[in-house]
Ligand binder design. Structure first.
Ligand code: SF4
Ligand code: SF4
Length: 94
């Protein structure tokens, strides 16, 4: 399993994918709604988002958090489709 595959994990509660974990914080992508525009990755001041190597069922690459995220939330507000969110691990597992 690649490092990228290890970071991507289906989350039933949010009907989305966890694509990054840091301490008690998880970075969640509603992968099926992502249109692969890369705005999130280009706006991140910490270079914390890389685009996936696999594609969604709609044929788009999606962002994966690489461990550098500071939870500044700029990408959450920049995404035109409200695809991204950050949560406490307990929120997504309880
Ligand atoms: S929350 Fe901030 S640091 Fe984290 S991926 Fe988004 S823009 Fe980058
Ligand atoms: S800005 Fe939103 S729609 Fe665009 S690639 Fe990022 S998550 Fe996907």
């Amino acid at each position: 399993m690649s490092e990228e595959e290890a970071r991507v994990q289906r989350n039933e509660r949010f009907d989305a994918y966890i694509v990054g974990k840091k301490g008690n914080r998880v970075f969640v992508v509603d992968r099926d709604r992502c249109k692969g525009c890369r705005i999130c990755a280009s706006i991140c001041p910490y270079d914390a988002l890389v685009m996936s190597s696999d594609k969604t069922h709609r044929g788009f690459f999606y962002p994966i958090e690489n461990g550098k995220c500071t939870a500044c939330r700029q990408c959450l507000y920049a995404c035109p489709d409200f695809v991204l969110s950050i949560h406490d691990l307990q929120e997504v597992t309880s």
